[in-house]
Design a protein around this ligand. Structure first.
Ligand code: 1BN
Ligand code: ZN
Length: 321
């Protein structure tokens, strides 16, 4: 059983997000405007970097820890500041013999009444075990998840802030999913638990956006966003469209491997969803610090976050037309 809690509907602030009406504060006159600045011209990668840093300042965001719960509170507040509505979907997770833990998907909605919608996802939890660390003594330590966790969330928080400033006519749903990274390599269904929960019961009944975009590990200075296998299987046309709007050289036209990431479960629920993920030629197929204690802010480049955020702004601007 999951519950959806709506956190503070700030109706007055919302109008500022909509961007398609104008009022004269001095005269009280109110008029509809036909021109809407679709999206900010330049995405601020430095501000996204600071959002990643802030997440890491709580410590590893492992379900059941104080850092997880404190970060959840901050994420809700931060989405509330930029979105029309913020809500939390809660559930219970069991895994690896641990006692059941509460998990939370944190959701921000922009333009709730718009018919044309885009779904944006990133996972905000971090892996409890650095089981790929070169030092086996560290395998039971948690991962800080600057790249694997905080980077995608940081881009989406900054994007929400910029959409609020610039205005958009598109409906945008930001879903920060929990418990992506609790999985075992021999059990596909043990990954992406928050996304599985959301996919069974989306925050709106009959929810059907145009597309979904998942961000995962989008912060490395040498990131390579190849075309992930499942994204191509389910939504190759949308992969092409997003890559056409790529705002820099980290996007590669090469085919990447297959990753059982959150988007797989969203696709299985009937929503075409792609994964912008750093997939490269390495031992693991991921960045060198993947699931190690080295996944810290030292490995995050504002320029890469900026490129991904700018690409999303470009896509949104195009979908508005
Ligand atoms: C992505 C980031 N994933 C975990 N951290 C998903 C994944 C699942 C990666 C299975 C490899 C194998
Ligand atoms: Zn991971």
């Amino acid at each position: 059983m999951t519950t959806l809690l709506t956190m503070g509907l700030l109706a007055l602030v919302l109008n500022a997000c909509g961007g398609n009406t104008a009022s004269n504060a001095a005269t009280g006159e109110h008029s509809d405007t036909t021109t809407v600045t679709a999206a900010a011209a330049t995405f601020n990668g430095d501000s996204a970097w600071a959002f990643a840093q802030h997440q890491c300042s709580f410590g590893p965001r492992v379900p059941g820890t104080a850092a997880h719960s404190q970060c959840a509170t901050w994420l809700v507040q931060t989405l509330q500041a930029s979105c029309d509505t913020a809500m939390v979907q809660t559930g219970v997770m069991t895994g690896r013999g641990a006692k059941p833990q509460a998990i939370k998907n944190i959701i921000g909605v922009i333009n709730p009444d718009a018919k044309q919608r885009l779904l944006l996802l990133a996972h905000w939890d971090t892996r409890p075990w650095a089981d790929n660390d070169p030092d086996p003594a560290k395998h039971s330590q948690p991962v800080m998840g600057a790249n694997d966790g905080a980077s995608g969330v940081a881009v989406l928080l900054q994007l929400a802030r910029e959409l609020k400033a610039a205005g958009t006519t598109l409906g945008v749903d930001i879903v920060l999913v929990d418990a992506e990274d609790m999985g075992d390599h021999d059990n596909e269904d043990s990954w992406a638990l928050g996304a599985q929960m959301w996919a069974k019961e989306p925050h709106v009944k009959g929810y059907q956006p145009l597309f979904g975009i998942l961000l995962d590990m989008v912060g490395a200075p040498d990131a390579t966003f190849t075309r992930e296998y499942y994204s191509m299987q389910y939504a190759s046309g949308f992969v092409d469209e997003v890559w056409r709007h790529a705002a820099g050289s980290h996007f590669s036209s090469a085919q990447g491997g297959a990753v059982t990431d959150d988007h797989v479960f969203v696709n299985r629920a009937g929503i075409p969803c792609i994964d912008i993920i750093d997939l490269r030629n390495s031992d693991t197929g991921f960045f060198p610090g993947w699931h190690t204690t080295s996944d810290t802010m030292d490995g995050i480049a504002a320029s890469t976050l900026g490129e991904v955020g700018q690409t999303l702004l470009n896509v949104i601007k195009d979908l508005e037309n």
